[in-house]
Design a protein around this ligand. Structure first.
Ligand code: B12
Ligand SMILES: *[C@@H]1O[C@H](CO)[C@@H](O)[C@H](O)[C@H]1NC(C)=O
Ligand SMILES: *[C@@H]1O[C@H](CO)[C@@H](O)[C@H](O)[C@H]1NC(C)=O
Ligand SMILES: *[C@@H]1O[C@H](CO)[C@@H](O)[C@H](O)[C@H]1NC(C)=O
Ligand SMILES: *[C@@H]1O[C@H](CO)[C@@H](O)[C@H](O)[C@H]1NC(C)=O
Ligand SMILES: CC(=O)N[C@H]1CO[C@H](CO)[C@@H](O)[C@@H]1O
Length: 413
């Protein structure tokens, strides 16, 4: 169905069409504007010389307009000096978009990403849907940088998505939507073979995202909503009440559900009607005012020093017959502690509960428990559950309640 001739592809790529977006009607009520500004301040004040270099924060800041020009400048410098050797495809893509949004030249990051993507498409076996998240970011970044190779990569990528459908993942679907929307806007409409292929993927992905719209307006839970909104902005459907989604999200913000700076980075652009497709169109103003970050209200003083009890189980039924274990420890931690404190307390009481972790853009990620390591090649990881429900936050943000039963279960994705 698809004919490949490279000169043709490059010719077509050059004929890019302007793409205009129709936005669903929704806005932030005037009385909630301060709440959103505070949220942006939390995200921007997380940028320090020693914090984890997070390109998603820079993208968000540039899309909505930085309130703290100093944080914007610092993060741009940090991203510019990030060592490229150990970056994944997705991280490279985010770095390129972050630098573009700061009107900086991404330099050799682009050619590294192209090479990595070319080997990725030719090697990937049947895979779980969320594994396509990073490569979608890559296609989006390459498309925005007008790389001719994008069309060919996108064709292979789309065929892989159509051929191997595993458990759908909203965040990944949203990224796929942004990437293929960018690519579709770069090829003439009458190129029916390509348009048809991308259209087919976009239709099924948007069906699944729409299916994730909950009665309360959230889309696939609190932390998928920001990205899902971006997808719904660029591929508008009929049945989305954007205002309802915004209202529920604003409630969630008031409940302090968006304390993690990365969760803010993925939400803020949507709240302000922006998407990652706007990255190439950011206007970089020079000589911005360095604004004083407003003082955050002091966190309420800890009045109660009472402890709570958490039942913590670590369970591996997956790896090594002789390594199988299922152990439970009851620990007492100060009320309001994050889950990480439970893990530390269990480890202190019982060496079987020894764990290892690494820092990521979302906070602390648990890589190993009782010497059983996650393995990307086998798609294994430590999943955290409350009862039988997977947690929607990591150990450095989730706050357990009294008598909660938390399980770390070694499983596959
Ligand atoms: C792929 C993915 C995974 C994979 C990561 C492995 C891999 N090699 O692909 C797996 C399935 C293992 C995973 C696990 C978890 N994930 Co996850 N994951 C994602 C997803 C879909 C894409 C991440 C990605 O590739 N980013 C692109 C690259 C370029 O960025 P990166 O920062 O380098 O990505 C790394 C980190 O994001 C890290 N990571 C992935 N998930 C999580 C979660 C936490 C809490 C941390 C600290 C790190 C982390 O793994 C990525 C690859 O190395 C995101 C969706 C999203 N909106 O971001 C959710 C997402 C980040 N995950 C989430 C959650 C909740 C989890 C779990 C805590 C679920 C659970 N109940 O156990 C666990 C982590 C537990 C632990 N061991 O600490 C939430 C975080 C929300 C929040 N407010 O904290 C997200 C946003 C999904 C959602 N919409 O709810 N995840
Ligand atoms: C999405 O939903 C449709 C049905 O609505 C289904 O056929 C398809 O396999 C789903 N998954 C993906 C990844 O698109
Ligand atoms: C592991 O232990 C928990 C708590 O004691 C128990 O509920 C669960 O059934 C056990 N699971 C397995 C697979 O043995
Ligand atoms: C309360 O929790 C802390 C850890 O947060 C622990 O060190 C301490 O022993 C606990 N106190 C009691 C009485 O269990
Ligand atoms: C724990 O992981 C195992 C192995 O993947 C799986 O069979 C089991 O259903 C998981 N348990 C829970 C509670 O999710
Ligand atoms: C297009 C594509 O990637 N197809 C793969 C789907 O999964 C099967 C089974 O693992 C692979 O053999 C195909 O290559």
């Amino acid at each position: 169905m698809i004919l490949f001739t490279s000169p043709l592809l490059s010719l077509l790529w050059a004929v890019s069409r302007a793409h205009t977006l129709t936005r669903s009607e929704c806005s932030i009520p005037a009385e909630k504007q301060a709440l959103v500004d505070d949220l942006q301040d939390v995200m921007e004040s997380s940028v320090t010389p020693s914090s984890f270099p997070n390109p998603s924060i820079l993208i968000a800041m540039n899309l909505v307009g930085a309130r703290n020009a100093e944080a914007q400048k610092l993060l741009t410098e940090i991203i510019l000096s990030t060592d490229l050797t150990d970056l994944t495809i997705g991280q490279l893509a985010l770095n390129i978009m972050a630098l573009t949004s700061s009107c900086q030249d991404p330099g050799n990051r682009l050619s590294i990403l192209k090479n990595q993507m070319e080997s990725w498409v030719s090697s990937s076996p049947q895979d779980s849907y969320s594994v396509f998240y990073g490569p979608s970011l890559a296609l989006l970044a390459l498309c925005q940088m007008n790389q001719e190779v994008t069309l060919e990569l996108a064709v292979t990528f789309s065929k892989m998505l159509l051929a191997n459908v595993s458990q759908f993942n909203i965040d990944t679907g949203a990224m796929v939507t942004l990437a293929l929307t960018c690519i579709s806007s770069m090829i003439p409409e009458d190129l029916s073979d390509y348009s048809q292929l991308f259209g087919q993927v976009l239709t099924s992905v948007m069906e699944n995202i729409s299916g994730g719209i909950e009665d309360n307006g959230l889309i696939g839970g609190s932390y998928s909503t920001g990205l899902a909104m971006q997808a719904l902005y660029v591929q508008p459907g009929e049945n989305w009440d954007c205002q309802k989604t915004v209202e529920t999200i604003l409630n969630e913000i008031e409940q302090n559900r968006f304390a993690n700076p990365m969760s803010i980075a993925q939400l803020l652009p949507s709240l302000k009607g922006k998407t990652y497709l706007d990255v190439p169109h950011v206007v970089c103003s020079t000589g911005q005012e360095v604004r004083q970050t407003p003082q955050r209200p002091p966190s309420p003083l800890k009045t109660s020093v009472s402890n709570i009890t958490v039942i913590y189980t670590i369970n591996n039924q997956l790896r090594g017959v002789e390594l199988v274990f299922n152990e439970t420890e009851v620990v007492s931690v100060e009320k309001g502690s994050v889950l990480l404190v439970v893990l530390e307390e269990a480890q202190r009481k019982n060496p079987t509960f020894k764990f290892e972790s690494k820092m990521t853009s979302w906070g602390i990620y648990i890589t190993s428990i009782n010497n059983i390591n996650e393995d990307e090649n086998h798609r294994t990881y430590w999943q955290f559950l409350s009862g039988l429900t997977p947690l929607d936050e990591g150990v450095s943000y989730y706050i357990p309640y009294d008598n909660e039963h938390i399980t770390a279960n070694f499983t596959q994705y």
